[in-house]
Structure formats: structure tokens, C-alpha cells
Ligand binder design. Structure first.
Ligand code: FUB
Ligand code: ZN
Length: 666
């Protein structure tokens, strides 16, 4: 079995698309999130759905730590997992510091580390809610306490911060916490696993950083005991009868919501809460790649297939319902009631990244790219200070306002959310996106993402420096300078995306390969290989970026007879701002030309696409709602449809949007 690694280390981003995002994260998003987490600015915190029990007065996340540390007095405020917002912020800060020194940011982040260490209890326990409010309930309500979830996020942050700065305190605090959890719930401790997977990922990060097998063992332990019990969560509830529920209503959820309906190796469909599922799979795929566990990898493969073949949106969004923020059933992909949480697509990228370590299959990178350029980028406004939790494929402000079943589908990005899991998750992914460009496997480097950058990678018995010069995704032309200075020749696998109709690959001025439709003839599982490289080489890859219309499997009821537009990795949408109201009256001519036009304006530097289509004329007012079909002739007019990249929608105020558009009748 192949076992690669996620490319770590310092990267220099150079392409205009990602430079802009990096600058937004560094100069807007991270300082803004700091102020919100610190309750320094007055922002409107929206509830993520119509539920008055959601705390939305303030973040209080850092204040919770100050209280737990004894620096301040008061009560815990917010969700029981509020600590994780701070940890994800710290992780994002770590990636930014790794990229470039920043004294101010480092001062803030070092201060956060000191605060976290002070909030840690003597035995290593860390969790502000329980320290402040209910110390006697530690680990007694794992179904909803999120104690291990928060711990996992801290471990991830600690590993990143230690790598970036060498801060010993952050690592010591994380290891002390891991030891505390190991004593309480490890193989020698009480039986128990968290309702929300994440500790398993955090422990693997500690394992990769320290090389200590016991973190790997503990991660594996939590994975392997999940779902092996009769009813662990129910039992814990029975043992803690008078206690108030930490999150109301969770006791009614089924075990599949927590992926605890059967042992993880026996699960073969994507069930339950979407973020939990992909975090679970990320850890399973990491353990599989790190240990060569074929059964674990097989289980990951099955769940992956189910997600990608039947339960994923064209935008890389997952989670078809607000109820439990969850998967539902095969081909159930409603466009306007779905969830498509930003965090779930972030997690899908993590899962894909881990699978690539075991399997050189371009589909993983295709999905990674799909989720990244569509749902994940849609999660932030272009100003980096407003965020979507839920990323619909069809939105109507009237529905949001009047239909309680759609109250979670917001027409514009809020400044902050009562449950703020997504904003700092976005920050940590966007500040570490370079880690997903390459997968390194001894003498082989897979190029998964095309992204202007310079990176040094340990491969082929030495160092390989790869520079990508590109204006991707605006352009499909990528020039790469590769310097292979290892002891052994290098093999390079260049991903030919599944959406590319044609490509050309030139090595040192000579044609190396060309092909069509994902290069079926010259590629192996989506990668085109250049083998035995030594010294310096120049590679030019040209991917056809022509816009294309896509349809969905006919079993997806909501998309039947509809088309979606995609250019390169970017999915497009119609917005009311460009097309007027009632987008459902529009249809697209599948045989018409698709005109591209560059623009650098309110939506940033984008390519707009115009298509021919028709618009059903509105009937005169006062006509009856239903009429015999032979009497109703719908009048249509020719029109032009104006598409923008999906990730840029809702940046011009509240308005209708749709991704899937009816195809004109022949
Ligand atoms: O439960 C912690 C986080 O809050 C989840 O990952 C999100 O889906 C949100 O429910
Ligand atoms: Zn989230």
C-alpha cells in the first residue's frame, strides 16, 4: 500500500487568486475574528437558524478562558464547544506565522497560548465550560459535551503553532491534555468516546509531530470503540440523571447522527451529521495511511464512494438537511433546504487529502478542488468579515423570511454566528491551503492543485523545489519549474482534472502528452506521470478551461431537466442582481454559445459568462392559480443569462440565486 504525506513546511504563494485570499485572511479575517472572539467590537451575531435557544449576545470565547484561568470572574457563555473557536483561530495564526513573521500576530497568539495554559487544570484537563461551571461532570456526558472535540482542536492548533514558532508551552499543554484524556478514557481507562469526532484527528497531529506511538494508539482506540457498545451515550445519561442537558434535544437523536450505529469498519454509507462524518473519515484515512491498515482504508473508500457518487452537491457541499445538519439518503440533494455547512466541505477536503496519501487517485483531488473553490470560498464574503454557515444552491430572500423550514438559508452572510464553528475553520483552511497542493510519496510527488507557489518538498532522497507560475483558475496554463536535487530520480504525477476536456503537457520544450476528457488514454487514475526526473526541468501544462454545462444523475429529482455551468473548477450561478427577480422563470439554451468576459469590479477579478436563454413572461395579475393545461400557454421571450462564480454570490446584498437552471425545451 502506498503511504504518502501531506506536504508541510513553508510555501510562498504567488498567484493573484490566492494572494488575494491570503491577504484577506492575514489583514482582515484574522484581526476581525480576534476582535469578535475578544468581544472588542459590536457585531450583529445571528442565530444560525430560527431557534431562540441559540446563544447570540456575544462570543465570550476568550473571556471564558480568562475566567477559567482565574484572571476574570463570571460565568461561561456560549456553546459548550466555544473554546474550539479560539483553537481554530490559533491554528490559522500559526499557518500565517509559518508563512511570514508578524510580530503583532505572534504577540497575540503567544498571549493566547499563555492564557490556555493557565486555564488548564493541574491534571491536564482543559475545557472552560466544565472548569468554570460543572467540574464534577467532566467526561460524564460525552454525547454532547464536546470535551474531546475541543481537545482535538487544541491539539491541532498546538501542533501547528509549535511547528511555526517552536513555542514549547503550547506543545507541553497539548501533551499534558492528551495524557489526561488517555488516563481517563484511554485503553486502560473508562469506556467512552466523544459524540463529535475530532480528538482522533488532533491525536494524529501530535503523533506526526512527536513520533510518539501512544497518540496514534489512542486515536485508533477512539475510532475502534465507536459504535461497538450497546448504548454508551444513553448509559451515561442514566448515570447522570438530574443533570441538565448541555445541548438540549440531542438525546432524541439517533445513533447514526453520531456515526455510532455500528463499528466504523462496518459503516459503508455516509450517515448522520456531516461534519462529524468527514472528521471521522479524516482520522480513519490518516490512521490507515500511517499504519497500512487495509481494513480501515477499505471502510474509508466505501464511505467516500457513497458521498461522491450519491450524496455530494456539484459545489462540493454535503449535508442535505438542516435536521441534524446531516446526510439523508442517496440522490436526495435538494437545492434550497439543504445544509452544505462550510465546515463540512472543509472536512471533506481534509478527508480527501488523507486519502491521497494511500491512493494516487485524482478523484480525491478533484473533489478537494470542487469543495475548495465553491462551497468553502462561498463561506466567506469577499471582505473576509461576513460568513455563511449554510451554502445553498438556490436562495430566495422571501423564503428565508417566511418559511421556518428555510430559516437556516440566509440570503446574505452574517457578521458572525451564534455557533461560530465555520469562520475560524475557513481561516485555518485558507491559511494552509498550500498543504494540499502536493502529496509526497518517497520518489513520487503528486501535484493535486494548481496554485502559483514555490515550495520545497522532501522527496527522492533529498529536496525537490517546485515553482508553479500560473494565473489559475482564470487561466488553465501552468508553468512549473522543478529542481530535483535528491539522490534518486523523481517521478511527478500531474493531475488532469475530471472537468478538463483536453490538455497538453510539455516537458523541457518537448510534447510529453496530450489528451482529452481527463486524459483517459495517457493518465493513470487522473494523473499524468513524468518519470525519472533529475536536475532542473520546465513543464508546461495547458488545461482546457472552456465553460461547460453539466447535468445531474436523473435520480436527483431536484435537478432533472436542469443544467449547471462550470468553468474549470468553478461552478457558476445566476443572481437576481444580474438577471432580475424570479430566476425560476429562466431557462438556458444548451446549444447556445457561452461567452466569457473578464471583469475586475465589485466581485473581484472574475470571468462572467453569458448564455442564451428564455424567460417565461409573468401572467397578468388576477389570473387564477390553476387552469386547464390547454388554456394555459406560457409566453416566453428570448433573453441572455448572466452567470457569476458561485463563490461570489450574496456580495451585493440580499437577492435570489440559483445554480441549477432549467434547460430550454427543444
Ligand atoms: O458541534 C460543533 C460544531 O457546531 C459542528 O461541527 C457544527 O456542525 C456545529 O453544529
Ligand atoms: Zn461550521
Amino acid at each position: 500500500m502506498e503511504q504518502g504525506r501531506i506536504a508541510q513546511g513553508k510555501a510562498r504563494i504567488t498567484d493573484p487568486f490566492w494572494l488575494r485570499y491570503r491577504s484577506i485572511v492575514r489583514n482582515e479575517m484574522i484581526p476581525y475574528q480576534w476582535k469578535v472572539l475578544n468581544d472588542e467590537i459590536d457585531v450583529c451575531i445571528e442565530r444560525e437558524r430560527n431557534d431562540s435557544s441559540i446563544p447570540n449576545e456575544k462570543s465570550h470565547a476568550l473571556e471564558n478562558f480568562r475566567i477559567a484561568a482565574g484572571r476574570s470572574r463570571g460565568h461561561h457563555y456560549g456553546w459548550v464547544f466555544q473554546d474550539s473557536d479560539v483553537y481554530k483561530w490559533l491554528e490559522a495564526a500559526a499557518y500565517l506565522l509559518l508563512e511570514e513573521p508578524d510580530d503583532n500576530l505572534k504577540k497575540l497568539a503567544d498571549g493566547v497560548v499563555d492564557l490556555i495554559a493557565e486555564a488548564q487544570e493541574a491534571d491536564g484537563y482543559l475545557g472552560t465550560y466544565f472548569t468554570i461551571e460543572e467540574p464534577e461532570r467532566r467526561f460524564k456526558s460525552l454525547m454532547n459535551s464536546h470535551e474531546l472535540y475541543c481537545a482535538g482542536h487544541f491539539m491541532e492548533a498546538a501542533a501547528a503553532y509549535y511547528e511555526a514558532t517552536g513555542n514549547q508551552k503550547v506543545l507541553d499543554t497539548a501533551l499534558k491534555l492528551a495524557d489526561c484524556i488517555d488516563r481517563a478514557l484511554g485503553p486502560e481507562g473508562a469506556f467512552g468516546y466523544d459524540g463529535h469526532e475530532e480528538i482522533e484527528i488532533g491525536l494524529m497531529k501530535l503523533y506526526h509531530l512527536t513520533g510518539e506511538e501512544r497518540y496514534l494508539r489512542l486515536s485508533r482506540h477512539f475510532l475502534m470503540i465507536r459504535g461497538t457498545d450497546e448504548d454508551f451515550f444513553g448509559q451515561q445519561r442514566k448515570n447522570d440523571p438530574g443533570a441538565h442537558p448541555l445541548i438540549g434535544g440531542m438525546e432524541k437523536l439517533t445513533r447514526s447522527y453520531f456515526q455510532a450505529h455500528r463499528p466504523v469498519l462496518e459503516q459503508d454509507t455516509a450517515e448522520g451529521h456531516a461534519v462529524r462524518l468527514v472528521y471521522l473519515c479524516t482520522a480513519m484515512a490518516d490512521v490507515a495511511a500511517s499504519t497500512g491498515d487495509a481494513a480501515m482504508l477499505g471502510a474509508c473508500r466505501k464511505i467516500w464512494r457513497n458521498i461522491v457518487d450519491r450524496r455530494m452537491y456539484i459545489t462540493g457541499g454535503i449535508g442535505s438537511t438542516v435536521h441534524g445538519e446531516a446526510f439523508t439518503f442517496d440522490y436526495d440533494l435538494p437545492n434550497d433546504t439543504m445544509y452544505c455547512e462550510t465546515c463540512a466541505s472543509v472536512g471533506l477536503i481534509f478527508f480527501a487529502g488523507q486519502m491521497l496519501r494511500s491512493e494516487s487517485d485524482g478523484e480525491y483531488a478533484d473533489v478537494m478542488e470542487r469543495a475548495l473553490y465553491n462551497t468553502v470560498l462561498s463561506g466567506t464574503a469577499l471582505d473576509g468579515k461576513h460568513f455563511f454557515y449554510v451554502n445553498p444552491l438556490e436562495a430566495d430572500p422571501a423564503a428565508y423570511a417566511s418559511d421556518p423550514g428555510k430559516s437556516h438559508v440566509k440570503p446574505v452572510r452574517p457578521q458572525w454566528l451564534g455557533c461560530a464553528c465555520c469562520p475560524p475553520n475557513l481561516a485555518r483552511l485558507l491559511s494552509s491551503v498550500d498543504r494540499y497542493i502536493y502529496t509526497v510519496k518517497d520518489d513520487l510527488i503528486l501535484v493535486n492543485l494548481y496554485l502559483g507557489s514555490v515550495m520545497e518538498l522532501p522527496a527522492a532522497g533529498g529536496t525537490v523545489v517546485i515553482e508553479q507560475i500560473t494565473d489559475y483558475p482564470r487561466s488553465g496554463s501552468i508553468r512549473m519549474r522543478v529542481r530535483a536535487e535528491g539522490d534518486r530520480p523523481l517521478n511527478l504525477g500531474l493531475r488532469i482534472p475530471g472537468w478538463a476536456q483536453a490538455f497538453d503537457l510539455v516537458l523541457d520544450g518537448n510534447e510529453a502528452a496530450h489528451g482529452s476528457q481527463a486524459g483517459a488514454d495517457v493518465c493513470e487514475k487522473g494523473y499524468c506521470y513524468l518519470r525519472n526526473l533529475t536536475g532542473a526541468h520546465e513543464i508546461v501544462l495547458k488545461l482546457c478551461m472552456a465553460p461547460r454545462l453539466w447535468n445531474a444523475d436523473p435520480r436527483v429529482k431536484e435537478d432533472i431537466g436542469k443544467l449547471a455551468l462550470q468553468r474549470g473548477p468553478i461552478v457558476y450561478c445566476l443572481e437576481e442582481a444580474d438577471n432580475g427577480k424570479h430566476l425560476h422563470l429562466l431557462s438556458i439554451d444548451p446549444s447556445g454559445a457561452l461567452q466569457e468576459e473578464e471583469e475586475d469590479g465589485a466581485l473581484g477579478r472574475i470571468i462572467r459568462i453569458t448564455a442564451k436563454g428564455r424567460r417565461i413572461m409573468q401572467p397578468a395579475e388576477g389570473r387564477s392559480l390553476y387552469r386547464p393545461a390547454e388554456e394555459r400557454t406560457l409566453r416566453e421571450e428570448e433573453t441572455l443569462l448572466h452567470f457569476i462564480p458561485y463563490y461570489t454570490w450574496a456580495n451585493r446584498g440580499s437577492n435570489e440565486m440559483c445554480v441549477w437552471v432549467r434547460a430550454c425545451a427543444e
